[in-house]
Design a protein around this ligand. Structure first.
Ligand SMILES: [Zn+2]
Length: 88
């Protein structure tokens, strides 16, 4: 089986950039940062909290989750077909 853990990139709702920096220089890992962390898009200068950014991207995340589910279903069908062939 393939590894289906796909990383979902958060993108800037204004310009589509996917790189953010924390306004707090003590924060190194944005993934570990709390939702209220202020992030800044270096491209357009938008500042947004991590929680709001996730909210803005939630639709995209849902689509990615749907695609992932479809991939898993397809892969399962393939595995099942392979397994069934062995019995013939
Ligand atoms: Zn931006």
């Amino acid at each position: 089986m393939k590894d289906f853990s796909r990383e979902v990139t958060l993108i800037c709702p204004t310009c589509g950039n996917d790189q953010f920096e924390a306004l707090d220089p003590n924060i190194q890992d944005l993934r570990e940062a709390p939702d209220e962390t202020q992030l800044r898009c270096p491209d357009c200068g938008l500042t947004i909290t991590k929680g709001d950014l996730i909210q803005e991207n939630s639709e995209k995340i849902e689509i990615a989750a749907d695609e992932m589910a479809q991939d898993v279903a397809k892969e399962f069908e393939k595995e099942l077909a392979k397994a069934l062939k062995k019995w013939k």
